[in-house]
Design a protein around this ligand. Sequence first.
Ligand code: HEC
Length: 375
Amino acid sequence: MNFNFSALLALFFYPYFYSIGNIGRGEEVYKQICFNCHGPNLGGGIGPSLIDSYWKHGDSPEAMLQSIAKGITGTEMIAYELAYPKDDLIAVRDFILSKQEGMRSVFRSVYPREFFEGRRLKPELFDSVESLSQSRLPENVYYMERSVDGVLRGKAKLHIKDPGDYQLITRPIGRTSIYINGQEMHYSDQKTDQKTHLNKKFKLTNGIHDLEILHEEKTTHSYRFYGYLQHIGGKRFPLNGKSLEGSAPKFIKATPQAIVIRKWIKDLPPRSLLCLLPNRVLIAYDPTNSQIVKVWSAAEINQTPSLPGRSQNPSELKGQLIPDQEKLVWKDADLEFLHYQTLGEQVQITSLVNGKQKTLSFIPKGTNSFSLTIQ
Ligand code: HEC
């Protein structure tokens, strides 16, 4: 057999490189200043991690340079163009780029379904029709909101550090084609014979590659695309994940209306209702046994983000603990929690107590107290 190895290589190696510059100089600059906030290994500190997949202000070479040169208004991240010449800023950006691994610069576009009916999903097809929407996904994994309906095209850069053999693994739901450096490496369609599916093994060099995921599922109610890139004998890189919207670093603060928050807070019973009154008094109430567990003044809640690969951190409650507030509202009662509601400044919690419906209200009092009424 006349086996042409170099033709095979030509088929599988299509690396795409940013022209990465003076990384050595970049590391020097990093160690002079950036490490103070972003950590010696870029893992974060006062500033965010610069190696995890979440990039709030964008991880394209241009967006990163913008963050570094112009700074981020209102944060400790100042404009470094005042301190360093442009070449140094580019060098430190390229040093950070060289530390990335996995999917980055993920964009998701949604297209109308009709156009793709009966046609195999390929990039050229998507190029020939208008998208319904396009978004950058700062989490750098694919996900779909429930309200989105259509055929998905995801484009990303794949940063590879360990060269070798790779394969794409997906759950056979709907139909999926995955392209790497312009070549279809994976194809599956739930409706067709598995024998027609494609699941190539391919080589990836150390560097940055182009990745496209083309995908359609029947319902959007619960989007179930699941897939990962497997380095054979090595790491796996998830292709899907969840949105951080609503759980991105964010404080929940008191408003002129009372609010009830249900978040996982360490050391509180898991079903606690966190009743935050307009005067910033927060009452943790456990409706399963009618216990006021703890009360704080000047309270707010820090919702921490959770990402695949990051720890699933509980949210954090900040405030001044008011001592000796623990109390059982109904002792030795047969108790069934029915519902809660907020009514202006108050929180009302309704339960069946010994078969009778009772509503207890938490009402703000002064700047750091509350009163409780039962009806
Ligand atoms: C005094 C602390 C501090 C120093 C020093 C610092 N940073 Fe930052 N940096 C931050 C903070 C805080 C943020 C997050 C701002 C925000 O809330 O979005 C940030 C954000 C960034 C981002 C954007 C991250 C994203 O998710 O989009 C980049 C890139 C960055 N810094 C690079 C650098 C580089 C390069 C240096 C050194 C030249 C540096 N930083 C020095 C505090 C710092």
